[in-house]
Write a protein that binds this ligand. Structure first.
Ligand code: DAH
Length: 369
């Protein structure tokens, strides 16, 4: 019997050692220690034995049962460790690897420059006003002192929008400038005011410096005692802040706009060296905007008493000053959606223009006009 037991033990331990996984191990437990397992059967046979044999074989069988149990638990632990090791091998990550490249978009120069312009003018006490891009004849022309027969209507290369058939109402237009926002703002707000109105405008024109859709920013300051001197100071402060210069020289050139009297086009001093434009130095001049004192007829058309109030207005091309500041040679590429161009000239999302970025430092020194 003892031979049989030691053979059984050898066989059991060997098979347990060779088990491939936990389910095989469970099968072996049943084969040896289950109700009808070989060890259990042997234990049951103790009942028919003499007391002497019982006393001899009992402890041997108990020890066998314990040995098998122990080697099963050891094997179980070993199998678990093996499977964890294998999983870790498969799931291993090299945390020192560089991360995958992510394609970030960029802020379009027009958006960036618009934000810069808004930041500078708001530090000067101006707020932002808006108007519709589809505009009526009245706001785009008549109220701005451009009657139907006025030659300035031809200069604008207007896009007309077909009106309703049989309607005697004048057709709408895609606004040709941001000036109509002046009228809309004065009509529905109490004076005095200081506003800018940035936005899209449309003209049928296409070459290196013109696109059918472009951007302007309108400025309007109305009060009882505003003069051209205030206009000059505001524009100088704006240019210093925008072009990040200590000093700028502006030239006010007498001009004509139906909606201002007197009117002036404003040039900024610049140089052209090797075909490269530098703003703020040299002996050349570059036109950057149109401006003037708001015509009394425009004030009256907006319901403002021109014997009590007066003020200045200006209109500036946002795309144009973006080209000047950031050196893009062709306006058309602004709107081509070429990713290479957008990545080259676009701005990072964290490059937010504001009172704490360099651009408006000069402008925040004073907020009085
Ligand atoms: N609206 C003019 C244009 O588009 C620009 C302009 C000139 C606006 C003089 C003004 C101004 O407010 O006073 O060409």
């Amino acid at each position: 019997m003892t031979d049989e037991i030691s053979k059984l033990k050898g066989d059991a331990l060997l098979r347990i050692r060779d088990a491939q996984d936990e389910s095989q191990l469970e099968e072996l437990r049943i084969v040896f220690l289950g109700k009808k397992g070989s060890v259990s059967l042997k234990m049951r046979s103790l009942g028919k034995m003499s007391n002497d044999d019982k006393a001899k074989l009992g402890p041997v069988l108990n020890a066998l049962k314990n040995d098998i149990n122990q080697s099963i638990s050891e094997k179980k632990r070993e199998l678990r460790k093996q499977s964890i090791d294998e999983r870790l091998k498969g799931e291993w990550i090299d945390v020192t690897q560089p991360s995958k490249e992510r394609k970030w978009g960029t802020i379009h120069p027009v958006s960036q420059v618009t934000d810069e312009v808004v930041a500078i003018f708001s530090s000067l006490g101006f707020s932002v006003a808006e108007g519709p891009q589809i505009e009526s004849d009245w706001y785009n022309f008549d109220a701005l002192n451009i009657p139907p027969e006025h030659p300035a209507r031809q200069e604008f290369d207007t896009f007309y929008i077909a009106g309703e058939q049989k309607s005697d109402r004048a057709s709408n237009v895609l606004r040709t400038h941001t000036s109509p926002v002046q009228i809309r703002y004065m009509e529905s707000n109490q004076m005095p005011c200081r506003i800018i109105a940035p936005g899209r405008v449309y003209r049928s024109d296409y070459d290196q410096t013109h696109t059918p859709m472009f951007h302007q920013v309108e400025g309007l300051a109305i009060d009882k005692n505003i003069t051209m001197a205030n206009l000059k100071w505001v524009l100088e402060e704006f240019c210093k802040a925008f072009f990040e210069l200590e000093k700028v020289e502006l030239r006010f050139r007498s001009s004509h706009f139906p909606f201002t009297e007197p009117s002036a086009e404003v040039d900024i001093k610049c140089s052209w060296d090797d075909g490269k434009l530098k703003v703020g130095e040299g002996s050349d001049w570059l036109e950057i905007l149109g401006s003037g004192m708001v015509h009394p007829k425009v004030l009256e058309a907006s319901g403002v008493d021109s014997t009590e109030y007066q003020g200045f207005a200006f209109g500036m091309g946002i795309d144009r000053i973006a080209m000047l500041k950031y050196g893009m040679p062709d306006l058309r590429s602004f709107f081509d959606n070429d990713l290479r161009w957008l990545h080259h000239y676009g701005f990072s999302t964290i490059d937010v223009p504001g009172l704490h970025s360099g651009i408006s430092e000069t402008a925040i020194k004073s907020t009085e006009i």
